[in-house]
Ligand binder design. Sequence first.
Ligand SMILES: Nc1ncnc2c1ncn2[C@@H]1O[C@H](COP(=O)(O)OP(=O)(O)O[C@H]2O[C@H](CO)[C@@H](O)[C@H](O)[C@H]2O)[C@@H](O)[C@H]1O
Length: 475
Amino acid sequence: MTRVLSIASECAPLVKTGGLADVAGALPAALGAQGVQMRTLLPGYPAVMDALHDRAEVAHFHDLFGGQAWILSGRAAGLDLVVIDAPHLYARAGSPYMAPDGRDWPDNPERFAALSWIGAHLGIHGVAGWHPQVLHGHDWQAGFVPQYLRQMGGGPATVLTIHNIAFTGSTDPGRVQSLRLDPWHFHPEGYEFYGGISALKSGLMGADALTTVSPTYAAELMTPEYGMGLDGVIRHRREALTGILNGIDADAWDPGADPAIRPYRDQEGKGANKAALRAEMGLPDTDGPLCVIVSRMSHQKGLDLVLEALLALLDHGGQLAVLGSGDPGLEQAFRQAADQNPHVAVRIGYDEGLSHRMIAGGDAILVPSRFEPCGLTQMYGLRYGTVPVVALTGGLADTVINASPAALARGAATGVQFSPVTAEALRGALTRLCQLYRDGDTWSRLVANGMSHPVGWDQSARAYAALYARLSTGR
Ligand SMILES: Nc1ncnc2c1ncn2[C@@H]1O[C@H](COP(=O)(O)OP(=O)(O)O[C@H]2O[C@H](CO)[C@@H](O)[C@H](O)[C@H]2O)[C@@H](O)[C@H]1O
């Protein structure tokens, strides 16, 4: 049994703003099957504190970045947790990162430095006799773990996973002291980044192993186009980096047993869900494909391209249903598209149940991301027989097999890919989708291929387990 402490700023189903939470929530069970004992360290947000049971206090700090903190072990939602009960940092309404008015909390650097600091502390001192052999942090919020370990005199091996390099946890150099960083390490080999401080850069330089969530994204990160200024750092650490594809939570996303939908096991069974979704979204019947989108609305996700390419879908009898929130300009543009066209429906917001109904009821799911470390919704689509139309980038390239004539002839195709990530290429992909949809036999094969494509955690959990084993025996 390798003992691993996962350090995450969000974790499904307790607290989620995006895919990081899904992964942090799914890893412990997936890895349990591989002989890894994983506990998850989380900030004590109200939702986490409310759900925590079987609590035991394992440590107390008089001053954790400006106030008292109690470290609690316990369980919630089937997860073994270690929770930082620090009301001055985490007992706030809103999302993990933002106030209810949508603005980032000004002390986010300290709030997540505290998470990393406690992670490092527990790495050295353990949790009531349980001593992790590996500390596995996620994204910038866990970036300072290796730095603090170094300041505390060393400890277990560290892994840092990049879910989204767009967030670097950067702040101004005046915060060295409030972040409890050793000023001697304010240099390019440490946490300094373009004259400021970056938690992610610090972790990328200091962690024993780096992972990201698909092999293609691992390669892309080393290029200026995708590295967001950190490509040089990543090239410098290329020997330490591996791409391990995400899986999906196969229990939460099982079309045969999903309580949010009318369960089904083959293409036939999708019909009732499609009719229900059309009724729910107020969409009329057509003979073209019903395309769905479930997404954060941000530049990353390329949804502006969908608006530009929309007519290619509508002119072929297709429809679009969108669930998402984020960029106010995009929200408004989708609302307007829905007002202007009876075959477009939009729900602005975050709605877990509706996301299941959309993916069950759609014929196709659109994921036109400009960059996508892995992407989960295209994999939900595969499992639910909802054909993914994806940009050829990152994990989208690694999880979908394009319906080229050769792949169709081999019986391997599962979706439609397009490249470059432009409205013009997306128009071509939507036109092709509509052609495939009209050819009933080919469409049925695409759907069936997707539904039998493996999207669970087995293979990736083995890859993480092997990485942890290598790191913990190497010390
Ligand atoms: N309005 C809404 N209502 C309900 N559910 C919604 C929703 N909007 C989004 N979701 C859900 O949130 C999750 C989003 O996960 P993704 O992997 O697609 O992207 P994200 O960019 O957040 O994650 C980052 O981290 C993950 C995990 O590593 C990587 O896969 C990804 O590429 C990377 O950008 C999915 O479970 C999706 O269903």
